[in-house]
Design a protein around this ligand. Sequence first.
Ligand code: SF4
Length: 286
Amino acid sequence: MEQLGFDFGVEPQPLIKVTPARLSLYDDCPRRYRMTYLDRPTPTRAGPWAHNTVGAVVHNAMRELFGLPVAERTPERASVLVSRHWRSAGFADAVQVARYAETARRWVADYVEAGGADADVVGLEQWVSATVGSDPAAPSLIVEGRADRIDRRGTELVVVDYKTGRRTPEDADARRSRALALYAVAAGRTLRAPCSRVELHHLPTGTVAVAEHTADTLGEHVREAEETATASRAAADRLTRGGDPDRLFPARPAPRCAWCEFRPSCPEGRQAAPAARPWDLLTPTT
Ligand code: SF4
């Protein structure tokens, strides 16, 4: 006897949970994504890198500084916090360590001197999250992550991201940053206030790169995030069913292979560029 059936239409797809870091890793190099998030045990990694050490120290010092009342966010305190969080991983020698510890102290002290410490902060490395999708009636993603800092200016929120790299970011970088756009969406939902402005604060130069998003530009970033998330999930599903890891997650050789942490486990990457030394990407000191 024929069974009675009910047609409920298309099966709803489960939401995909993503972080901005995860999405950009997949876009940059699917193999590196696979090695980071899927391969277990994790393949051999190179490192540590001195520029990452400096970045982590500065981020930790800034987080602690902005947890203090405004009156206590002094250049001296900022400098002391760098010393407290300092680590020496990845540097060439003690001379280089001392030079960069001093440089990092100067960066954060200059930031405070320039008036950057007066912010009305509502979030420090705060976990923010939002359910989003290009079709508002059928969201496809849960976007989540930690924004370096979220300020309140008037009735609006501003997402602030610290940078310590060699390149000074421009407004176009802030506008193009999918991570910042997704943080703006997630911060607005989590903290229940409008959030359209995102900023990159470059400590070595004191530069602030700014983007003012609209509903359309945020929507475009969400649409691109959806594309990447859907592609990465499809590849991961096929891998689970026995697919070829190197076809599903191809290597994408580029100059960045010189400092990729998975270079020891990636023949294509080793061919693409000579290995950088662990301190080669440090921002030059003046
Ligand atoms: S070395 Fe290059 S190609 Fe290999 S995983 Fe890293 S970024 Fe990708």
